[in-house]
Ligand binder design. Structure first.
Ligand code: FAD
Length: 415
């Protein structure tokens, strides 16, 4: 079958891969001149399969006043005259109930496990390189109360099959000696030894090469999609800046770009951009962490990618402003220097600002739309790299009419 995948970020490319492997004739369209120039460009690099805490959690509620009032808060909300923003925030607050947050955690955990297995198979089969490491992850806490809360959440996740263990401060520093400088700041950590890391953009570039060369996937890059042309309840073509592209089926994997195109068809997808920033510095051997680290207090993640260290963080509910804000990047750098003062050459850094395409409950949207042959694979939020391969696998099963490994209802638009 001829299938058109809209979007060449990590969600679109992994979807194209799963579909092309099944013998479909796949075309990938993206408005940018190269793949992975959206949210997949310089993200945190963590493949966080078993530490899948959704942002919508009752624990965030006491922090809301700080988000609203403090300029140096890692999480910031700037209210706008934007119905989409307010609707998203209200649904987010509803998703902060303990029972819903726990259910979401289990569903993300299952999707994470499927993603890990699917990514490993892909890497073995196609031998692609993207600074992929099986290095585990340590989530560090500065506050004793938060650490105790995290231990309880960990017990719940371990009961559901996640591999995690709680470490006291000296065990944290033993595991990751690069944390020695930060030792006095810490209250403890949760170690997830099965986590991985890699460079998402390199992964996308390598996968696109494989798709072109081995699976004869056609790429139409630098091609803006203006609308999806429908007849009755079926999509028939993609209207681009050039010509209409017909196909038998279509997958919307446009990240934040999914919202305007689908709303033209009367399909409302609850995706909102959560802005974040990253810094990439050259590593300093002996001082750069080998294990991926998440500083929960500051909401900053660290991953070693070959000879570089990626530092990513900040969550801003402020809309799709494309400018990199110097004050937020400077704050991110200050936070990094608090924990790893000697880990990288901070003067020669690459900076980036990206927009996580996030749903209020932190689960992606995978599956059908009201248009029979128009499918969704979008809204992966803060875990798009982690969940991409499993999401693509599930969607390919659904398109083929097979019963997917996981119940698609959990990720459906109508959930
Ligand atoms: C700061 C930060 C740190 C992160 N850290 C991590 C992490 O450590 N681990 C993790 O798993 N995830 C992380 N993420 C999340 C992850 O990067 C995203 O979830 C993921 O990249 C989303 O992929 P996507 O393919 O859905 O979207 P994108 O990569 O944005 O791809 C969408 C594509 O659609 C195209 N497009 C949109 N509209 C149109 C249109 N009208 N016409 C043509 N083309 C269009 C865009 O050009 C783009 O290429 C992070 C994100 C950020 C911002």
């Amino acid at each position: 079958m001829q299938i058109c995948v809209l979007g060449a970020g990590v969600a679109g490319l992994t979807t194209a891969y799963c579909l092309a492997r099944e013998g479909h004739e796949v075309t990938v369209i993206d408005g940018q001149p190269e793949v992975a120039l959206g949210a997949s460009y310089a993200n945190g690099g963590q493949l966080s399969y078993s530490y899948v805490a959704p942002l919508a959690d009752p624990a965030v509620l006491p922090h809301l006043p700080a988000w609203l009032l403090r300029h140096d808060s890692a999480l910031r909300f700037i209210p706008r005259f934007d119905l989409q923003q307010w609707r998203w925030c209200l649904t987010f607050l509803q998703a902060c109930r303990t029972d819903r947050a726990r259910q979401t955690m289990l569903e993300l955990l299952s999707l994470g496990a499927l993603s890990k297995a699917t990514l490993r198979e892909l890497v073995q089969r196609e031998a692609i390189e993207f600074d992929y490491v099986h290095n585990g992850k340590l989530v560090i806490y500065r506050d004793k109360g938060q650490f105790e809360q995290a231990r309880r959440k960990m017990d719940y996740l371990v009961g559901a099959g996640a591999a995690q263990q709680a470490l006291d401060v000296s065990a944290c520093v033993n595991l990751e000696p690069a944390l020695a400088d930060a030792g006095p700041l810490l209250a403890g950590g949760i170690h997830a030894p099965s986590e991985e890391a890699g460079d998402c953009r390199q992964f996308c570039l390598a996968l696109a090469r494989v798709l072109r060369e081995r699976y004869k996937v056609c790429f139409s890059l630098g091609t803006r999609i203006d609308r999806i042309v429908t007849e009755g309840r079926r999509a028939v073509a993609i209207r681009t800046s050039g010509e209409d592209v017909p196909a038998a089926a279509f997958v919307v994997a446009l990240g934040n770009g999914s919202v305007p195109l689908l709303s033209m068809l009367g399909v409302r997808v609850p995706v909102y951009p959560l802005t974040g920033y990253s810094l990439t510095v050259q590593s300093v051997p002996g001082f750069t962490p080998a294990v991926s680290v998440t500083d929960l207090h500051r909401k900053v993640v660290y991953a070693s990618l070959g000879s570089r260290m990626r530092i990513a963080g900040m969550v801003e509910i402020t809309g799709m402003d494309e400018s990199q804000r110097a004050d937020r990047l400077a704050l991110l750098e200050r936070h990094a220097k608090e924990v790893f003062p000697r880990a990288g050459n901070y003067t020669a850094k690459a900076t980036w600002c990206g927009h996580r395409p996030a749903t209020p409950d932190s689960k992606p949207l995978i599956g059908p739309t009201p248009y029979g042959n128009l499918w969704l694979n979008t809204g992966h939020g803060a875990l798009g790299f982690t969940l991409a391969c499993g999401s693509a696998r599930l969607l390919a099963d659904a398109i083929a009419g097979r019963t997917p490994t996981l119940d698609l209802k959990a990720y459906a638009l109508t959930r």
